[in-house]
Design a protein around this ligand. Structure first.
Ligand code: FES
Length: 63
């Protein structure tokens, strides 16, 4: 699904950025352009990122 409509960024792209090292909304803004326009996507983008990072940590046994 699209998370950032202004920049046509999907949840899949946010997860891929997290796999490449993104750890914050600022990281997503820098790498993908998320939340660089109207910023209405900020909360959703942060949620997608944090959920993916938590799931990755559980899968890796880091929790
Ligand atoms: S929807 Fe992401 S900046 Fe507007």
């Amino acid at each position: 699904m699209y998370v950032c409509l202004c920049n046509a960024i999907t949840d899949r792209e946010i997860r891929a950025a997290a796999d490449l090292g993104a750890r914050s909304l600022d990281d997503l803004s820098a790498s993908l352009g998320v939340a660089t326009c109207c910023r209405r996507c900020s909360d959703c983008a942060r949620d997608v990122l944090n959920e993916h990072l938590a799931a990755s940590a559980c899968a890796a046994g880091d929790d």
